[in-house]
Design a protein around this ligand. Structure first.
Ligand code: FE2
Length: 246
């Protein structure tokens, strides 16, 4: 089943005939038909014309490719074996309601590797925010978002492990928080500063994994660059909101 979702942009109403002239983010925000595919080829063929007109290609299994990319990226990391032991097998998929967030503008320019795949498929993913303006302020919400690929809410169902991507814009601080789930982060793009427990903030380059044991306070902040990182969660309530400490 294809789901159609109207999205309006603060820059104005949808103007299909000139959409391709808009800047990248404006084009994302005005896509009138962000389509989700069930994986049935017949349905894809019927809607192929619409997909081409809206600039969104019919993607048979973006979620499956991203899940496989996450799995491959962390396969050799110390401590990842416990997470991967619970990795879901099979081709089950959960329906999503695709939608981008303001932070997605900073996906532009991420071209290579797994981060590039996230950037190219961003409009077909459901981007979410755990917090509200009352938690860390409205400015934070402009530069923060995540999308779950595997887990209780993502397109690849799992009740034992969650995985997805966290995106932070430049010059933003994600204040100290903690959660029951054990966590692994692996930065894919951009250098951010990370803090664990009482330690000072320290820069973490792309490809260097960060491990958080259950309930260990942690925080991060970005500088001039945005940061995209994959995450894994295991244990506890995989949909729980973190406890805010900062
Ligand atoms: Fe965390």
């Amino acid at each position: 089943m294809w789901r159609l979702r109207d999205r309006r942009c603060r820059k104005g109403p949808i103007r299909r005939s000139r959409r391709s002239c808009y800047p990248w983010f404006h084009r994302l925000a005005t896509l009138p038909n962000v389509a989700e595919c069930s994986g049935r080829r017949a349905a894809c063929k019927r809607r192929a014309g619409r997909a081409r007109r809206t600039g969104l290609e019919c993607d048979m299994d973006l979620a499956g490719r991203l899940a496989a990319g996450i799995r491959a990226a962390v396969a050799g990391l110390p401590g990842a074996a416990d997470f991967l032991a619970d990795w879901p097998e099979g081709g089950a998929r959960r329906a999503q309601v695709p939608g981008v967030l303001p932070v997605c503008r900073w996906l532009e320019g991420m071209a290579g590797g797994l981060g590039g795949e996230v950037a190219r498929g961003a409009v077909a993913l459901e981007w979410r925010q755990t917090y509200g303006a009352g938690d860390f302020g409205a400015a934070f919400l402009e530069r923060y978002g995540w999308t779950e690929i595997v887990g209780l809410r993502g397109p690849v169902p799992s009740e034992r492990v969650a995985a997805g991507f966290l995106l932070l814009g430049p010059d933003v601080t994600y204040p100290a928080h903690a959660h029951e789930a054990a966590e692994i982060y692996l930065p894919l793009s951009g250098v951010a500063w990370w803090q664990k427990g009482d330690a000072a903030f320290a820069p973490v380059p792309v490809g260097q994994a960060i491990h958080h044991a259950p309930w260990v306070p942690h925080a991060m902040r970005t500088g001039a660059e945005p940061m995209l990182a994959l995450y894994l969660w295991r244990g506890g309530d995989l949909a729980a909101k973190s406890v805010i400490l900062g």
